[in-house]
Design a protein around this ligand. Structure first.
Ligand code: 4AD
Ligand code: MG
Length: 499
């Protein structure tokens, strides 16, 4: 009997013969040897088929097997420091479970639309493997964090009759003849559950209908929302800070290899240690309007111009080269495609910088921060920054006002460093019945649908607070990705409902 093993546990079987079940990710061959990179979901393993060591039919199958064919492979587990995971398999037997023809995602570069159209297959690639393993780790860390602190995980409904975050971003649907909306946030239900159970969190899909095509926007995303009775803004900021530190440290403890596959420098994450800086909205506005911000953006501009010049020179040299063979020709094409892609990104940024400089310099107290403002602010800090006490006018109806300055709401956003911007939004809730009714009216929201929510202020109302952390934005930052679309298995964005 041969042992069955998963790639991630090969270290337990050094010197033994095991069987792996998986798919062929990649093959490199020379005259008498095939290097098969096999993936089984838990990892990638190099399997070496050496002609003199295997029966003729096994050699023939190794010759025939194609990318993404399913296989069962048996061999001796050998230590090899150079391999990812540290082990390889000296192959003795190979069965083809399913022979694949014409797998569309080849080792050559593909455009992101091509890949998104084939997301159901793209998930098999190494980079996506790394991102999804980190996603799982973050979800696991969140559950562990709250469980250890006595929170109950309870679920909010997805069909809802009322708005949470403003009526312009609601997906409307038909609920047995009655209009209903897909939940923007579980918060209002979270408040009801906090009054029943003290400390709870919801963690589910949430929906936003704005027609946005930015790199941080998904129409469907996952949000974790703790809600705590007898909590104020300061306690909530402490909790948010503790949670984010914990998530990052768990990823560093368990997913270093995946981070390295993504080319993510762990050093930036190692700095994510409490305390995080805390600034008021008013201080944030000063930073935005400061000469430092102008200097930072001008330095960006110069850096990008230098990079552009360098890339153009490299492309020029590559185009004038006479490639010796097909391999070199392929390499040149690949590199030229990379350069063209990067140059178009640089053009885009260079076009934006003067606009950002302008809007930062002229930012007026009272406005909400846009994505670019958040990006700029977050770059002034080497770890996440908490921005609190926003003007109440730009925030949701449920936010409690600052008793020391009625213009301000007791709300907080956490901005991730390196330009990632907002990953958390939350704060203290209005707990007074009459004030809350007045706010609902001011926001032109229909009072009837909030009657149940108002009951929470009629019966045993207490100071309470909470926040929402967006899973995908947090992942984009931790993984160092440009866009949130790769952080969720099947992204839902404007113009993308399939696969
Ligand atoms: O700031 P938001 O809108 O806050 C709320 O929904 C509160 N009701 C949460 C609460 O207090 N319980 O959203 C919270 C977080 C944002 O900071 C961001 O990380 C994420 O959710 N988020 C999105 N992520 C991806 N795509 C979108 N369209 C997002 N909108 C918000
Ligand atoms: Mg927000």
């Amino acid at each position: 009997m041969v042992l069955e093993a998963r790639i991630e546990e090969l270290w337990r079987f050094e010197g033994q013969e095991v069987t792996l079940k998986g798919w062929l990710a990649h093959k490199r061959s020379s005259k008498r040897i095939h290097f098969l990179i096999v993936r089984d979901g838990s990892g990638f393993c190099q399997c070496v088929v050496y002609q003199p060591e295997v029966p003729a039919e096994v050699w023939e199958r190794a010759e025939r097997i194609t990318q993404e064919s399913a296989l069962q492979i048996t061999g001796l587990v050998r230590r090899d420091e150079r391999q990812i995971g540290g082990y390889e398999l000296g192959v003795r037997d190979l069965e083809i479970v399913h022979l694949t023809q014409g797998y569309p995602i080849t080792p050559k570069p593909h455009g992101v639309d091509f890949l998104l159209d084939r997301r159901h297959l793209w998930l098999r690639s190494r980079r996506q493997w790394a991102i999804m393993r980190i996603r799982h780790q973050v979800v696991h860390a969140i559950h562990r964090f709250f469980d250890e602190r006595g929170f109950l995980k309870l679920d909010a409904p997805i069909f809802t009759g009322n708005a949470v975050e403003g009526t312009t971003t609601l997906f409307e649907t038909d609920f047995f003849g009655q209009p209903a909306y897909l939940s923007q946030s579980g918060q209002l239900y979270g408040e009801a559950m906090a009054m029943a159970f003290g400390r709870i969190y919801t963690f589910g899909p949430t929906f936003r209908a704005e027609k946005s095509k930015t790199r941080r926007h998904l129409a469907e995303f996952w949000m974790v929302e703790p809600e705590m009775a007898f909590f104020d803004l300061e306690m909530t900021m402490d909790l948010a800070e503790e949670l984010v530190e914990y998530i990052v440290q768990q990823v560093l403890a368990h997913r270093r290899f995946e981070l390295s596959l993504l080319g993510r420098d762990p050093e930036a994450l190692e700095r994510v240690r409490r305390p995080f800086p805390r600034i008021t909205y008013t201080e944030a506005v000063e930073i935005l309007r400061s000469p430092e911000t102008q200097r930072m953006l001008r330095a960006d501009e110069e850096r990008l111009q230098a990079e552009r010049a360098e890339l153009e020179a490299e492309a020029e040299a590559l185009r004038s080269e006479r490639p010796a063979g097909e391999v070199r020709k392929g390499e040149i094409e690949h590199r030229l495609a990379e350069i063209a892609h990067r140059l178009s990104e640089i053009e885009e940024e260079l076009k934006n910088i003067p606009l950002w400089m302008d809007s930062a310099r002229n930012f007026r107290w009272g406005e909400d921060f846009g994505g670019a403002d958040e990006t700029i602010l977050s770059r002034h800090f080497d770890r996440p920054v908490l921005v609190h006490r926003y003007p109440a006018a730009v925030k949701a109806f449920y936010m409690k006002r600052d008793p020391r300055d009625e213009r301000l709401a007791l709300g907080v956003d956490m901005l991730a460093p390196e330009g990632y911007g907002e990953i958390i939004g939350g704060g203290q809730r209005e707990d007074d019945l009459d004030t809350l009714i007045a706010r609902i009216r001011e926001h032109n929201l229909p009072l009837e649908v909030y009657e149940w929510y108002l009951d929470l202020r009629r019966y045993g109302s207490v100071p309470h607070a909470g926040f929402g952390l967006g899973l995908e934005r947090t992942l984009a930052w931790i993984c160092g990705l440009k866009h949130v679309r790769e952080t969720i298995p099947f992204p839902r964005m404007m113009g993308r409902l399939f696969p």
